[in-house]
Write a protein that binds this ligand. Structure first.
Ligand code: LRH
Ligand code: MN
Length: 436
């Protein structure tokens, strides 16, 4: 991208260093002060910083464009027009936050005939490809059979075969890109009681998914994503974690459950679901976001950060109980309707890293004691102490030590990257409804 005067390349390490230098003094004193606080708790701050620097959450390729709702989409300036420009924007997020080393693609939205060029573009940006997402919840132009009444569970075997074929193609594309998992979310379901035979629909799902399962390379996972409702508004075939777990255990050991935080009724105890899936050995991944009502796909940690912390409390507890077990796939899945998507994704990746670092601060020995002694108040206080610890200096130090920006939003804004994109990429006119 050609730069005009007064604008910088936010991926340039010298630009980032120049942005950091006026902030270093304050960071040093904040970091030392926090170090003293944690030392009194018997925690070595540098160890937490090292762990935070190793943390990563994948960027959803569909999240770097402005998204919308069923009512409308209001495109922003400098929208990425194809997967290559989406990768360029993901590269900016990674360069400044150093917390998003992989990208999760969605097919066919990210389809390209030149996978080698795509892989090379990603490698140049220090990005890898996380799980690929299939799409049988929309009809593509020229598609022979419609998914209006379902895909993998459609009553017509030809439609199911078409959907199975698409998923097998997604796996082949993912293999060429170095992905290790297929995220399978289908919108299949019914709007009215009686519209579906609820048992037969699930049996059709298991039959179709088993034909996708056999197409998985040995080192791949199939991540089954449940969702309570939408686009179906009465019964969704994979409606909840129980159905997802049933499907995973039926399909085989490579089938795991993916938890999208927005796919539950308000107030559902998601950390409890996570604890159960960990117990079952079938927790495969996450789509992090936040919500107040439905599948709002808001920025992670923007509505209820304590809930996000409690999920990571379960994950860190499990990792300490079973050291060495591979972590689930961490991915964001958000819809940025009113913010600059790059800013929202940077902030969200930092919020996920924040609750991870806070979960590392939980005094688990003390917590265990209070739990065994039924000291409910002190047990709750032990979690609250970690959650109310401002780990900002740890996250900023981790970014700085990894070559990133101490303040990514400030650096991004002063680079003028969005204005550069607006100048280079013609304005998108499509204001049609829909998430992308
Ligand atoms: C469904 C979902 C799924 C994606 C889509 C973009 O609501 O969470 O993960 O395929 O959003
Ligand atoms: Mn999702």
């Amino acid at each position: 991208m050609t730069l005009t005067t007064g604008q910088a390349n936010p991926r340039d390490t010298q630009f980032i260093a120049a942005q950091n230098s006026p902030l270093l003094g304050a960071l040093d004193s904040d970091y030392e002060a926090l170090g003293r606080v944690l030392e009194r708790r018997g925690v070595a701050i540098d160890q937490v910083t090292k762990a935070a620097a190793g943390f990563s959450v994948a960027i959803p390729s569909w999240g770097v464009g402005t998204c919308g709702t069923r009512f409308a989409r209001f495109p922003g300036p400098g929208e990425p027009r194809n997967v290559f420009e989406k990768l360029d924007d993901c590269a900016v997020i990674q360069a400044l936050t150093r917390t998003t080393r992989s990208v999760s693609l969605h097919l066919p939205w990210d389809k390209t005939s030149d996978l080698a060029a795509l892989r090379e573009r990603a490698a140049l940006a220090g990005l890898e490809f996380d799980a690929v997402n299939s799409n049988t919840f929309q009809d593509q132009s020229g598609q022979p059979l419609s998914y209006k009444f379902g895909s993998l569970t459609h009553t017509d075997a030809a439609v199911r075969a078409q959907a199975i074929e698409h998923n097998l193609e997604c796996i082949q594309i993912g293999v060429k890109l170095g992905s290790k998992a297929l995220t399978l979310w289908i919108g299949d379901g019914a709007n009215f009681p009686g519209q579906h035979n609820l048992v037969a629909a699930f049996e059709r799902y298991l039959d179709s998914a088993s034909q996708i399962y056999v197409g998985l390379p040995t080192d791949w996972y199939l991540l089954i994503e449940h969702k309570m409702y939408e686009p179906a508004f009465y019964a969704t075939v994979i409606q909840d974690w129980g159905t997802s777990l049933l499907a995973a255990t039926t399909l085989g050991p490579k089938a795991r459950c993916l938890v999208d935080l927005g796919h539950h009724a308000p107030n559902v105890n998601i950390e409890l679901i996570v604890a159960r899936l960990i117990h079952a050995g079938r927790l495969g991944g996450f789509h992090f976001n936040d919500s107040k009502y439905g599948d709002d796909d808001l920025d992670a940690g923007s509505i209820d950060p304590y809930r996000l912390f409690l999920v990571f409390n379960e994950l860190v507890d499990a990792a300490q109980r079973k050291p060495g077990s591979p972590p689930p796939a961490y991915m964001l899945d958000q819809s940025h309707n009113v913010t600059d998507p790059i800013e929202s994704l940077m902030r969200s990746s930092i919020e996920v890293a924040r609750v991870y670092a806070q979960a590392l601060l939980v005094d688990r020995a003390a917590l265990g004691g209070y739990q065994r002694g039924n000291d409910a108040l002190m047990a709750s206080e032990t979690l609250k102490q970690a959650f109310t610890t401002d780990v900002g200096p740890i996250l900023a130090r981790a970014r700085q030590l990894s070559g990133g920006a101490i303040d990514p939003i400030r650096a991004y804004r002063s680079s003028g990257y969005r204005a550069q994109c607006a100048a280079q990429r013609p304005a998108s006119r499509s204001t049609g409804s829909g998430i992308v």
